[in-house]
Design a protein around this ligand. Structure first.
Ligand SMILES: [Zn+2]
Length: 184
């Protein structure tokens, strides 16, 4: 299963592990601890697979949905649920991943860890950063009715419609193309 990582910021990358949010049965991209471990590596959080328990998988999903709901509330100028705020805050107090400078002095990596906790802590702090540092109008849901994925519109005009040009944007473009082709 593809994770749809792209160059998303950490909290958006976690939220995107539940796909097809516009459907009655969303697509779970981290169905088991092993897949979550693989996501941590492919997402660039950890160099080696961490050991993850079933309880930790549940915590990751809980944090994911707390971030999603809080972002949905904020973008509509509503207060997030207090339990979602609490979930994000609890994770944000934990020890985060530690950045390390690579030998060329020009790029950074995360210090190697073998547990999930610092990944979730880093994501929770990123969520706080996003929720407090982004104008509400720039916190958006994908225009694709199946996807409805969360994204931050950082384009200058602020007219971005899709969570990712590579996935939903291209799908929309090819649908438009097919329709025009049929009509012609
Ligand atoms: Zn999308």
């Amino acid at each position: 299963m593809e994770f749809r990582l792209g160059d998303r910021r950490p909290c958006i990358a976690l939220v995107a592990t539940l796909g097809d949010r516009g459907m009655p049965e969303p697509l779970e991209r981290i169905p088991d601890p092993e897949t979550l471990a693989r996501w941590c590596v492919e997402g660039g959080f950890l160099p080696l697979s961490p050991r993850i328990s079933v309880a930790e998988l549940a915590s990751a999903r809980l944090l994911r949905e707390a971030i999603y709901r809080a972002a949905c509330a904020v973008r509509q100028a509503h207060k997030p649920l207090s339990e979602d705020v609490a979930t994000i805050n609890i994770w944000a107090t934990r020890g985060t991943l530690v950045p390390v400078l690579t030998s060329d002095g020009r790029s950074a990596d995360w210090k190697s860890e073998r547990t999930l906790s610092p990944v979730l802590a880093t994501i929770a702090r990123d969520a706080i950063d996003m929720l407090t540092g982004t104008p509400a109008a720039r916190i958006k849901l994908c225009a694709d009715s199946t996807c409805r994925g969360l994204f931050v519109d950082e384009s200058r005009p602020g007219k971005r419609r899709w969570c990712s040009m590579n996935f939903c944007g291209n799908r929309a473009k090819s649908r438009t193309f097919a329709r025009r082709h049929r009509e012609a």
